[in-house]
Write a protein that binds this ligand. Sequence first.
Ligand code: AGP
Length: 609
Amino acid sequence: MCGIVGYVGPKDCSEVLVSALTKLEYRGYDSAGIAVFDNGEIKTVKTKGKLKDLEDKLNEVGKPGGNVGIGHTRWATHGEPSDVNSHPHSGARVTIVHNGIIENYIELKEFLVSKGKTFESDTDTEVVTQLLDYKYNGNPLETIDDVMAELKGSFALGIMFKDFPDRVFAVRRESPLIVGVAEGESFIASDVPAILKYTRNYYLLDHDEIATLTKEGVTFVDEHLDPVEKELKTADWDMEAAEKGGYPHFMIKEINEQPEAIKTTIMPRIKDGLPCLEECGITLDKIKDFNNITIVACGTAMHAGMVGKYVIEDLARVPVTVDVASEFRYRNPIIGEGDLVIIISQSGETADSLAAMRLAKQKGAATLAIVNAKGSSIAREADMLIYTLAGPEIAVASTKAYTTQLSVMYLFAFELALAKETVSSAECKRLVSALMKMPEAVQYVIDNCEKKCKYIATKLITADSLLYIGRGLDYALSMEGSLKLKEVSYIHSESYAAGELKHGTISLIEEDMPVIAVATQTDVIPKTVSNIVEVKSRGAKVILVCTDICARELKDDVANYVVEIPHTDELLMPITAAVPLQILAYYTAVNRGNDPDKPRNLAKSVTVE
Ligand code: AGP
C-alpha cells in the first residue's frame, strides 16, 4: 500500500524524504515522488518505477533545495502506474500525498468538473487536491476540516498549502499515519521505520485529527478544530531491528528471528507455569462464559486462526469458526452478545479485519485482538488485546508474525481450557512448559534444516504448480506453507486436506509434480502416508516434512525428499513445522530470481478493500 512521509526541519528535505521512503518500500509500490518548498515555490519530482528511478530523475532535473516537504510511494488503485498518476498531486494552491481510497470520488469529481476544475490523472487522490483548492478560504485547518466532511472512505494525507511554506499538515481516517518529533524538526510517516533514523519519539494521529508541523513543533486539533493534547510514544525497537543486519533479505532475517520473537512473546505471559493474560485484559472469569468463538483475519493471520481453531476446540471444547475478514464483514454473521470474536493482524491496519472487528462490536460480541503493530487501529479499538512481540516485520511475506500469532493462540487456548475446566492445572502446566521449549526447537530446525530445504528448493524452481497436503493441524499449516510459496515464488500452489484429494484434485497429479506433505500428527500419519503413496504412484515428486519419529517408521522410498523435524508436543508442532515451509518458499523465490521481500503486486499492509 502507499507510503507517506513528510518533513519540516533544518535538514535537506529531499534527502530526508527519499531516505524515509526507502524504509517504507516494504509496503509495496509502483511509483514515487516528492514535493518540497524551494524558495517559496512547491517543486515536485515524481516518476513511475522504484525509488532508484526517482533518485535518477532528481539527479537529472535537480533536487529541490528546501526544508519543508512531503513524499510518497504509490501502490496503484485508481489509474495505472504512470508519471502522471504518481503522487504528489497539485492544484493551484495545494499539493498532497494520499494513502487510502476515496470511495465517493466519482460524485466529487463530477461536482468539481461542473465548477470548472480540470483533472490530469485518473486517481481518486486528485479529487481531494481539487476539492481542497476549491474550498480554500485562506485558513488551512478550516479548509481541511471542511473537505474531510465531504470525503467517504479511508485516507491519510500529507498536505502543503502554497501560502504556508513553513508547514506541513497531516490528517487521517482509517489509513495509518504517525507524527515523529525531534529537536527542531518533525516528520509524518505511514509507519515507524521511516522515522527511526531521526527519532524514536512519535505521536499516533487519531481519526479525523489534523496535525500541523512547523519548525517550532507539532500541534493537533480534532474535527471541531479544538486543540488536542496527545501522548508521546517511544518506539521500543531501533534502526537495527528495521535493517537487514547482514542477511540478504528481510524474509530470511525474520525467519531467523523466530526463536527470539516467540520467546519475547510468550515469556511475559507466563506466571508460575501457567498462562497469565491479565495485563491483556483477559482473566479466567472474563472468558469462562464464551461458548462461541469466531476468528476473523486475512491471509497468513487467518491461517494462524485455523491452527487456533483446532487447538481451542481440542483443549477447551468451544466451537470455533474461522472466517476471512472480507467475507465475514459482508455476510451478516450470526454473532452477538456472549460471543467472542478474535481478530488476528500483524499490521493492525488491514481494512477488512478492522471493519470485521467493528461489525462484531456493533453486534454486541466481545472482541480480542492479536496484533503486532503497537498502537494500530485494531489494537486501539479491541476490547481485549494481546500483542505479539515479534518486532517490526518488514518482508511482505509474514513469517515471525505467524509463529508468534500461533504462540499467542496457544496461550489463549490454554487459558480458555483452564477457564472451562476442560484441562487440569497440571496438564496446563505441562502444555505451557512444552510451549516454553518452542524457541529452542525452532532454533534447532533452523540450524538443521536450512541446508536441506535450500537443496530441495532447487528442485522446485521449474514447477508450474504444487500441492500441499496434510490432515488436521498439518492441513491448517499446509495452507500457510502454500501461501508462503506462491506469494514469493509465483508458482501456482494449493493446499488440500489430504483425505479430500481423491474427490477430484488428484486428477491434477502428473509426472514430476511436486507435492509437499506435512505429517506431524501421529494418529493420522498412516492415513497421510496412504495419500502420499497415492500421489507418488501417479508420478508426483513428494517432499515430506515430518517428525523424526515418523521418519524412522517410514519406508525409505515413501517420499523423494524428507525434512525431519524434532518431535515436540503434537499440538505445538505447527510452530516448528512452519519453519521448513518458510525456508523452502524463501529459497525457491531466490532461485527464481524474485525479490522475496517485495513480491510483485503485493503490499505489506492492506489498508484498502
Ligand atoms: C502473508 O505473507 C501476507 N503478507 C498476507 O497474507 C497478510 O498476512 C495479510 O494481508 C494480513 O495482514 P495483517 O496480518 O497485517 O492483517
